[in-house]
Each structure stands twice: as C-alpha cells, then as structure tokens.
Design a protein. Structure first.
Length: 188
C-alpha cells in the first residue's frame, strides 16, 4: 500500500485537506501542530481554535510547515518538517537540545488517519520529508521520536517511534533521556 502514496507540501489551497485529516476539533487532543512552535503557556492558552488559526496564518503566508500524504486521492497522513529555528520550544528543551551547531531541519509531528495506522505510512512520511528537505537545499533532517519499551496509543507517539526512524534510514546521534533519542538523516 505504501507505494501508492503521494505527498504534497501544505499550501493555502490544501489547508482544507489538513482540516479533513485532523477533523473539526484538530488532531489528538485538539492539536493543530503548534506545540513545538509555541513556548510554555503560549500553547496552553491558545489551544484548539487558536492554534488552528495560528497554523493557518503561517500556511497562508506561504510557509510550508509540512507534508500531506494521500492514498488514492484521500488524505491519510501528515508530517511537520521545517528548519529547527521555526520551533521555539526546541530551542529551550534540555532533553532535545541541539547536538551541535549545524543547521538542521526538524521533523516534529506525525498524524495518520485511524483507518490507516500501522501500515508504514509514518516511515514513508519520513522518507518524503527527507526528499522535501533535499529539494530545499537542507543537509540534515533531525527527529525526536519516542523509544518506548511497550506499545503506546497514537497520542503518545505523535513525534514518531524510534523504529520508524530507523526503518527510514535515520541514525541515533544523541539521547538525553531514556525514551527520547535524537535521530538524524544526513543528505549527501
């Protein structure tokens, strides 16, 4: 099935596809993929409709915040990928602090539609993110998956799983906490 997927960078004309995927109230817990962009209370105070509007205004300004995955024309997945500098919360994270001073693009979030989970879509979204970054001239793609010792529900692995990153060719480069490794893919 994954070979039948296609990917498109989110743009203003595709916003309704993201809304269709996330639902009226947003993805897990009403999220609109703004968690890593807002620091501290700013996220808590602006959740739901507020974060939807924030994300929409970023997309409307022409910034590509991620990629949508389609299967036979139906939107089935999302990956957030931008330069690390776009994610204010990462700049202040002790657990996910920068590995070095190289410029990296960060993969921060995934969402796969319920009926399509556990079919390898996350791995394909990662591969598509690498290709997207390559086209933008980026050299390093970084991610912050969960390395869980047990199966967790989707809302707890929105940053991806270590196994998905490994399957997509990423290598672990740092680990500041037992379950939060940092993975990288170096583009040649």
């Amino acid at each position: 099935m994954t070979t039948e997927l296609s990917f498109k960078p989110i743009k203003r004309n595709l916003w309704t596809d993201l809304e269709e995927l996330f639902g009226l109230n947003g993805a897990c817990g009403g999220c609109w993929c703004m968690y890593w962009k807002l620091r501290g209370r700013a996220f808590d105070e602006a959740s739901g409709y507020g974060t939807r509007q924030m994300h929409k205004s970023i997309v409307d300004s022409g910034t590509v915040t991620g990629l949508l995955a389609y299967l036979h024309g139906e939107v089935v997945g999302w990956v957030a990928v931008e330069p690390r500098s776009a994610y204010e919360k990462l700049a202040h994270s002790r657990v996910l602090k920068p590995v070095d001073d190289q410029e990296v693009w960060s993969v921060t979030c995934f969402y796969v539609a319920k009926g399509h989970r556990r079919n390898g879509i996350t791995v394909e979204l990662l591969k598509a993110a690498v290709e997207h970054v390559r086209r933008q001239g980026g050299k390093i793609v970084e991610g912050y998956p969960v390395d869980a010792q047990k199966d967790l529900p989707a809302p707890f692995v929105y940053t991806g799983t270590a196994s998905a990153f490994q399957k997509a060719g990423f290598k672990e480069v740092a680990r500041q906490a037992p379950t939060r490794p940092i993975f990288r893919y170096e583009i040649e």
